[in-house]
Write a protein that binds this ligand. Structure first.
Ligand SMILES: Nc1ncnc2c1ncn2[C@@H]1O[C@H](COP(=O)(O)OP(=O)(O)O)[C@@H](O)[C@H]1O
Ligand SMILES: [Mg+2]
Length: 396
């Protein structure tokens, strides 16, 4: 048998080739200098030009599945057009994953310390806001936007005159970004008046085609990899793999490319075989899944965990009402969590399906419109995430 030889770090670095010229560009939150011009980008440019041209409030709702380029296109547009510097419009960006309550968002917007009453913080915001401003709330579907406890965020931005005593002459435009395509429908069902008074322009980023994914991969490879360590066949094979799984998620594609190249470096190879790429692809799915699961709050994660438990039984519990009654409610009771209503449960199922963690389908013959649920993620990964999340919640 061949003897195992372990090299030290120095030797490993010296012996392995360097194929990456810009490794940071493989991070999901990296904004590249050059992007693939998807057609909806022009809609976004038109909408932003409109609010700059007329100096008026214009609200935009950007919807699309994960990895359709919403964050990247918007950030690129702002950076590339120097909107702040050139037009004197302040941009405030908040990701609602880390700020998932209305209260936290207004604290972040103003720099106010926690503890101050929310109406005072809103007042502070309008008092200090001396310029026109675009507020971007990314991953808005994670925010308790209509919470009455800390004040309704949309309400305040739609009626500055009622919130503050200061005369407020500037324009505030909101850009809300959601991975959940049904997000505004959910909001409308809860509070129609506030939402419609803001008159959002909806822009939908559809899924990329295989060819689009190929072009995005090519841009990434050209800007961040050494020539010769990849070829177009590899890129189109990756694009085909992510198309075959029905999601066309660019995050999986880009992660597959990164892991493939890393494998080549580690094994001092020059060309990837399809087998190497395929293994990298399987690993990339797990990485992206972990990232998506990590973003779920405990309420949604509990529902996903209930779906996972339901699909585990010998007799499958896979309709939404059965999962709700037989798995979800007992699970909440067991872990001392307050359950959401059946309606809320359905809204969260819509969200989970929009981020591809589950698939739901309706049995039209069945008049109750009960939804069938199937899981797209490994039960193990969900369980680990749930346990971790519930533990950190208990420690808080
Ligand atoms: N049009 C594009 N041009 C270049 N890269 C893109 C484009 N769309 C998406 N990407 C890449 O795909 C990944 C996911 O895009 P992202 O903007 O985070 O999607 P979303 O915000 O819709 O979930 C990012 O790493 C990004 O660099
Ligand atoms: Mg995003």
């Amino acid at each position: 048998m061949k003897e195992l030889i372990i090299k030290n770090i120095d030797e490993t670095i010296q012996n392995s080739p360097c194929f990456f010229t810009n490794i940071k560009s493989f991070n999901f939150d990296y904004t590249p200098d050059e992007i693939f011009p998807r057609k909806e980008l022009q809609d976004l440019i038109n909408a932003i030009s409109f609010l700059i041209k007329y100096r008026s409030s214009h609200h935009i709702l950007l919807l699309g599945g994960p990895g359709t380029g919403k964050t990247t296109c918007l950030n690129w547009l702002i950076k590339n057009n120097q909107i702040e510097k050139k037009y004197g419009i302040e941009i405030k960006y908040i990701n609602c994953i880390s700020s998932d309550t209305t209260y936290q968002v207004i604290c972040d917007l103003t720099g106010a310390k926690r503890g101050m009453p929310s109406n005072q913080i809103f007042d502070l915001f309008f008092k200090n806001q001396k310029k026109d401003c675009i507020i971007i709330l990314d991953e808005i579907n994670r925010l308790d936007i209509l919470s009455q406890k800390s004040g309704n965020l949309l309400y305040f931005f739609s009626r500055p005159g009622e919130v503050t005593n200061h005369t407020f002459k500037n324009n505030i435009s909101l850009i809300l970004i959601s991975n959940n395509l049904f997000w505004d429908r959910d909001i409308l069902s809860k509070d129609n008046s506030v939402y419609s008074s803001l008159q959002f322009q909806r822009i939908i980023f559809s899924q990329y085609s295989t060819d689009d994914v190929f072009k995005i991969l090519k841009l990434k490879a050209q800007s961040s990899l050494k020539m010769g360590c990849y070829d177009e066949d590899t890129l189109s094979y990756i694009a085909k793999l992510v198309n075959d799984d029905g999601r066309n998620d660019t995050r999986v594609a880009i992660m597959t490319l990164k892991l493939t190249i890393q494998y080549l470096e580690n094994n001092q190879l020059n060309n990837p075989t399809n087998k190497i790429v395929y293994q990298a692809y399987i690993q990339a799915i797990l990485e992206v899944e972990k990232e998506t699961l990590g973003k779920l709050n405990l309420t949604v994660l509990t529902i996903l965990y209930a779906c996972a438990l339901g699909s585990e039984e010998k007799i499958k519990i896979d309709t939404s009402s059965a999962v709700f009654n037989q798995v979800y409610l007992p699970l909440c009771k067991r872990d001392g969590r307050r359950p959401v209503s059946f309606m809320g449960f359905h809204n969260h199922l819509n969200y989970l399906s929009s981020v591809n963690l589950i698939t739901t389908y309706v049995d039209w013959k069945n008049k109750t419109k009960n939804k069938y649920i199937s899981l797209n993620t490994s039960k193990k990964a969900i369980e680990v995430s749930y346990q971790k999340n519930i533990l950190s919640n208990q420690n808080d």
